[in-house]
Write a protein that binds this ligand. Structure first.
Ligand code: KIV
Ligand code: ZN
Length: 516
């Protein structure tokens, strides 16, 4: 029997990037887009082209390399936004513009300060203009969850007439319960018929984003907007991996319905996103959390050993999780083996990036006995995170960490110049960061510091993530990786500064939240 496909619209690179601390550089976004294509998502929302020159550029580059998935840019219902979106995606073989305007009474009155008629007029103009760039136009009724159904129908009629092919009904503030979303979707599906696809986009403020999306599918929605690991504004968006696996596992409920997702790419995609953003899914997160397949109690272990289905509804290999966390490479591994491994983990690096990653792998292999997939992932994503290398750490020397005054001597490279300075501090990390401030001339305010071991064992790599605000500008994120936590910390701090310097001028103008 042929299955009806629910389109998976991934917005990790747009709504997901609106998670605090999840901004990504262009190279990282390209790697993610390629992996999303491998995962089989139907539509990749690559960003919001009008937000900044950096966003525009990233979407344009993604449009050049992604061939199988549709590449989409978000645009407010404004001519300049739609123009930027149309130009950014121009080179994609399959392209879509996603334009939106708020439709709830509270948004129209207080945010837009517009009458409903004006909102409809703007929506129609936006869709018409978007159709001059592409045939595939999605229109979103922002805050549909709190909009009047009669108004939703009126605006939907008008934008379909103007050329919209998908109507998205976001529960922007994550307020609705499954039966309410289901009722709204059913009424809109019946109303629209075959004139357009009804889509949903659920936020997770009450922890119901996935449940709401699944009920919407049951009631006829044929596109679901979601993100990897459930990243997104505030409490996040509906998690792609949970929706896809629920539809797959519960075919008794979702009879005749499927997605085009290659589920074996779910786990590698989740790891790639966690590595790049530094945001780990909670350990007990469904499908991709560290404990999702860990059977702790003796009774469960005994059951699983006797017959897996006693306690397992999904086989780890179905989502591409290899529980043996294979010991992959050692210090005798050469370029070919390293390249082969990178391919299996979903990375395609250009020659220069490959050589740098290989060099770092060799240094690591000399010092660390066992190298796991997670080590390689961390190493490569860390390499990609270095947007620019204006400053580079050469060495770090620490003095007295217990009784006396903590102090650090730091040597860094700026172009051909080698700079050396030292500082004391309230603690060792404070001393290291102050020494870097003195050397670079930029004073940073540390807002967050996290350290995580990449794999297990005493010789595990330390992955440090810092959030730093330089010159009273919005904070930026930096990641650093090393066997020594202090060196990883210094690298993370310098990476944050490099990222700040590469984005200078763009930070101020970039709206973190989509506003009209
Ligand atoms: O949550 C929301 O309403 C959105 C729209 C822009 C689709 O992200
Ligand atoms: Zn959203």
């Amino acid at each position: 029997m042929s299955q009806e496909i629910v389109k998976i619209f991934d917005t990790t690179l747009r709504d997901g990037e609106q998670s605090p601390g999840a901004s990504m550089n262009t190279e990282e976004k390209i790697q993610i887009a390629k992996q999303l294509e491998r995962l089989g998502v139907d539509i990749i929302e690559a960003g919001f082209a009008a937000a900044s020159p950096g966003d525009f550029d990233a979407i344009k580059r993604i449009a050049e390399v992604v061939h199988d998935s549709t590449v989409c840019s978000l645009a407010r219902a404004l001519e300049r936004d739609i123009k930027a979106a149309g130009e950014a995606i121009a080179d994609a073989p399959k392209k879509r513009i996603h334009t939106f305007i708020a439709t709830s009474p509270i948004h129209m009155e207080y945010k837009l300060k517009m009458k409903p008629d004006e909102v409809i007029r703007r929506a129609v103009e936006a869709v018409r203009y978007a159709r001059t760039f592409v045939e595939d136009v999605e229109f979103s009724c922002e805050d549909a969850g709190r909009s009047d159904i009669a108004f939703l129908k009126e605006i939907t009629d008008a934008v379909i007439e103007a050329g919209a092919t998908t109507i998205n009904l976001p529960d922007t503030v994550g307020y609705r319960l499954p039966q309410e979303i289901g009722a709204m979707v059913k009424e809109m599906v019946d109303f629209v018929g075959s004139r357009a696809i009804i889509s949903v986009h659920n936020h997770n403020d009450l922890g119901l984003a996935v449940a709401n999306s699944l009920e919407a599918v049951r009631q006829g929605a044929r596109q679901v907007e979601c993100t990897i690991n459930g990243l997104g504004e505030r409490a996040g968006n509906a998690a792609l991996e949970e929706i896809v696996m629920a539809i797959k596992v519960r075919q008794d409920i979702f009879q005749g319905i499927d997605t085009a997702i290659n589920t074996q790419e779910i786990y590698p995609t989740s790891r790639l996103i966690a590595g790049i953003t530094g945001i780990e899914p909670q350990p007990n997160k469904a499908i991709v959390g560290k404990n999702a397949f860990a059977h702790e109690s003796g009774i469960h272990q005994d059951g699983v050993l006797k017959h897996k289905e006693t306690y397992e509804i999904i086989r780890p290999e179905t989502i591409g999780l290899d529980l043996s966390d294979t010991l992959v490479l050692g210090k005798h591994s050469g370029r070919a083996a390293f390249k082969d491994k990178l391919g299996k983990l979903g990375f395609t690096l250009d020659k220069e990036a490959f050589e740098r990653a290989f060099e770092r792998f060799k240094i690591l292999a000399d010092r660390k006995k066992e190298i796991f997939d997670d080590d390689i992932r961390a190493l490569v994503t860390n390499e990609m995170a270095q947007a620019t290398r204006i400053f580079e750490l050469i060495s770090l020397q620490l003095m007295d960490c217990s009784e006396g005054v903590p102090s650090a001597a730091v040597k860094i490279k700026k172009g051909e110049e080698i700079l050396l300075d030292a500082s004391i501090g309230d603690g060792t990390i404070d001393a290291v960061f102050k020494a870097i401030d003195r050397l670079t001339g930029y004073k940073g305010e540390l807002q967050d510091y996290r350290v995580k071991s990449v794999s297990e064992g005493k010789d595990a790599l330390a992955n440090v993530t810092v959030k730093v605000a330089f010159e009273n500008e919005p904070a930026v994120i930096g990641h650093g990786l090393h066997l020594d936590t202090m060196v990883a910390s210094a690298r993370a701090y310098i990476a944050a500064l490099n990222s700040y310097l590469s984005m200078q001028g763009k930070l101020k103008t970039r709206p973190r939240h989509v506003i009209l």
